[in-house]
Design a protein around this ligand. Structure first.
Ligand code: GLN
Length: 446
């Protein structure tokens, strides 16, 4: 029935880059067979799941939204995909994204722009816009996205669905095409908080193939949902309610705060003073790491190769000139600049120092508070075409999400109403490995 739904609506939404109908049906039949035989099935048995196209799927194209990897078929599954298959989930297809996850609207995708199901003239957010829109349009019940600086939470907010950015190290990055390795993390998207907990249960766990994976006992995130939130201490950071945040968005967040107070939460205003440096810090760190990670796309090892070369230098140059889009090139240029000798101390090193200060802001706050609440996005979903020619204004839309990635903590976006028919997302931020707390709060709110 999900394939039928996709058939019916996908031309309007354009959430997918690749659909895997036959394999999905085969996998579903296999689950049926297991059930008929009375065999044990996993917690995701028979559930169709859409996967962002920067997560490697064995035998299934993984393009990263780029011409560079247009025809790239990975020979292995990412650990998160292995985990989903182990639990009998069905991989139904690969979703559209900003090229190499660089963007906030899916407009930098080489293939297409995903439309916001609430208004087809608006962006779905990004970079995991395909995954968020697929859920909002009922094409799938669950999806995976990835975050470097808000790419799960912001499209979740724009499309009126739930999205989680897990603590750095909780979910394996093995097989996820790197953007900025110290920030990247795979995250689940779903219609509701229960769906997030279910998918998170399946994808978490130590992975020896990822050197940043954390050894921790496995938690059942579904269990935490039923507890109440009486006495929970919540901080509202004044920097996240500045004049740059749309008044109507703020209004919806403050309504949600009243609901949480009614449920017994204690709410106070707090300050995260280094917030104002977060965006600059993020774009230096992220671009620096990206310029290094993307150096592997050279036309030699895998992916696109130019036809037009007579020596090695030209092979590299022409492959990269033809294979990467404008935004990716911009970031490689900026990243190379901030890492270059002479500028490293001034930019990259300084950004790393500021990153520590931002981290400390969170650390201090979580000594006193359980949760930080904020809007996910300062603005409502914007029109397709509005920001794509103005990179700085696109970057500005990430101002409320990037600090979480820099600090490595966890955060979730849950829908909290509509303004002018467009969804607004409430951002619930928790300390490292406090996913249970933010899920519990979100579930009580929902
Ligand atoms: N919009 C941000 C960027 O372009 C975040 C992207 C992401 O989280 N992958 O870098």
């Amino acid at each position: 029935s999900y394939l039928d739904r996709i058939e019916k609506i996908e031309d309007n939404i354009e959430a997918f880059i690749t659909l895997d109908r036959e394999e999905a049906l085969k996998a579903a039949e296999e689950v049926d067979r297991k059930i008929e035989n009375g065999d044990k099935v996993g917690v995701l048995a028979g559930i169709p799941i859409a996967i962002k196209d920067n997560i490697s799927t064995s035998g299934l194209k993984t393009t990263c939204g780029s011409k560079m990897l247009e025809n790239y078929i990975p020979p292995y599954d990412a650990t998160v995909i292995e985990n989903i298959k182990k639990e009998d989930g069905i991989i139904i297809g690969k979703t559209n994204m900003d090229e190499f996850a660089m963007g906030s609207s899916t407009e930098t995708s080489y293939f297409k722009t995903t439309k916001n199901p609430y208004d087809l003239n608006k962006v779905s957010g990004g970079s995991s816009g395909g995954s968020a829109a697929a859920i909002a349009a009922c094409e799938v019940p669950l999806a995976l996205g990835s975050e470097t600086g808000g790419s799960v939470r912001q499209p979740a907010s724009f499309c009126g669905v739930v999205g989680l950015k897990p603590t750095y190290g909780l979910v394996s990055r093995y097989g996820v095409v790197s953007y900025a390795s110290s920030l990247d993390q795979v995250g689940p998207l779903a219609k509701d908080v229960e769906g997030i907990a279910l998918l998170l249960n399946a994808i978490t766990g130590y992975d020896e193939k990822d050197s940043t994976s954390i050894k921790k006992d496995k938690v059942d995130y579904l269990k935490a949902l039923d507890e109440d939130i009486k006495g929970m201490k919540i901080g509202l950071p004044k920097e996240y309610f500045s004049e740059n945040v749309d008044e109507k968005v703020k209004g919806k967040i403050l309504e949600a705060v009243e609901v949480l107070k009614g449920l017994g939460a204690e709410v106070e205003e707090i300050s995260l003073p280094y917030t104002e440096y977060a965006l600059a810090c993020y774009y230096i760190v992220a671009n620096g790491e990206a310029s290094s990670n993307l150096s592997r796309f050279d036309g030699v090892n895998f992916g696109y190769r130019t036809d037009d070369y007579s020596n090695l230098e030209e092979l590299y140059t022409n492959t990269r000139s033809e294979g990467f889009g404008e935004e990716v090139k911009r970031r490689i240029m900026v990243g190379t600049y901030v890492l270059s000798s002479g500028y490293y101390d001034e930019y990259y090193k300084k950004a790393q120092q500021v990153r520590t200060l931002i981290k400390n802001d969170f650390k201090k706050t979580f000594e006193k508070y359980d949760i930080i609440l904020a809007p996910t996005s300062p603005i409502l979903p914007f029109n397709i075409g509005d920001k794509i020619e103005d990179p700085l204004s696109m970057y500005m839309s990430d101002v409320l999400t990037v600090s979480v990635n820099l600090a490595g903590v966890c955060a979730l976006s849950v829908p909290c109403g509509y303004v002018e028919g467009l969804p607004v997302g409430l951002q619930i931020i928790g300390d490292s490995f406090e996913e249970e707390k933010i899920l519990k709060l979100a579930y009580n709110y929902e």
